[in-house]
Design a binder for this molecule. Structure first.
Ligand code: CDP
Length: 243
């Protein structure tokens, strides 16, 4: 058993990998858990979305998904992605510009899985993600965090819910932000991305053998937060550290 308490604080930080299907609520879970335990949260999907936005803006991908791979791969060194925290909200920064709103648009959602299937893009972003996690004390969500980015992560979660549940959630989220779309468009996007993410050659979406699977179709955000917190406390032997 890992003994990691010192004056009620965690001495040894761990890595928490949360993977799963599109719009499964991974980010909400990861963000809440990180805030609760004082870890850094990284949304790896935002990094793929930022590269996609860059490709759109530089005409390196057409609306029907043809990519100028050579030019994109040659541009990877010019794509700088950071995260900025403002009022407790994490904002994605692309080459100095906050692009948090832009990267959530349907245009980006429709093309991101094509960009994310390109091996050179993945190698570049995986290296950046590993760098972000080298001090541990991080919660990262995505598709391949427990399998490729941090195969030795101490805590691995794989989240799923039915496509309809996921599309309903994402549709509400986008509508609340004033982004124009329809439930049907969101459902089609969710199903298409599931397929592309599962069947790509380079680190496809799959549940790591040692991940804990959670179907949160019928869970409230509070229930899923408590579940994760319990798991974290059990794993780190720190059940009273948050009191
Ligand atoms: O919309 P949702 O929150 O489900 O997706 P996201 O986490 O923002 O990720 C957008 C897309 O990036 C995914 O559909 C994947 O194609 C890709 N992605 C990936 O390939 N690997 C990751 N670790 C994270 C995202």
């Amino acid at each position: 058993m890992r003994e990691i308490k010192e004056n009620g604080m965690h001495k040894d930080k761990i890595i928490i990998a949360i993977d799963g299907y599109s719009s499964s609520g991974k980010s909400t879970m990861a963000r809440s858990l990180a805030a609760e335990i004082g870890y850094r949260y990284i949304d790896s999907g935002a990094m793929y979305r930022a590269v996609t936005l860059y490709a759109i803006r530089h005409n390196l991908i057409t609306p029907d998904g043809s990519v100028d791979k050579l030019s994109l791969n040659n541009s990877l060194n010019d794509i700088k992605i950071d995260f900025k925290v403002t009022d407790g909200k994490q904002l994605t920064v692309l080459n100095g510009e906050i692009v948090e709103g832009e990267i959530r648009r349907m245009e980006v959602s429709n093309l991101v899985s094509i960009i994310a299937a390109i091996p050179e893009v993945r190698h570049d972003l995986v290296a950046k993600q590993q760098e972000l996690g080298k001090e541990k004390g991080i919660v990262m969500d995505g598709r391949d965090i427990g399998t490729t980015v941090f195969p030795d992560a101490e805590m691995k979660i794989f989240v799923d819910a039915s496509p309809e549940t996921r599309a309903t959630r994402r549709y509400k989220e986008l509508s609340d932000k004033g982004i124009a779309t329809t439930y049907e468009e969101v459902l089609a996007n969710v199903v298409k991305r599931d397929h592309l993410d599962r069947t790509r050659e380079e680190s496809p979406l799959r549940c790591a053998d040692d991940a804990i699977k959670i179907d949160n179709s019928n869970m409230t955000p509070v229930e899923q937060n408590n579940l994760l917190l319990d798991l974290f406390n059990k794993l780190t032997g720190s059940s009273d550290s948050n009191n």
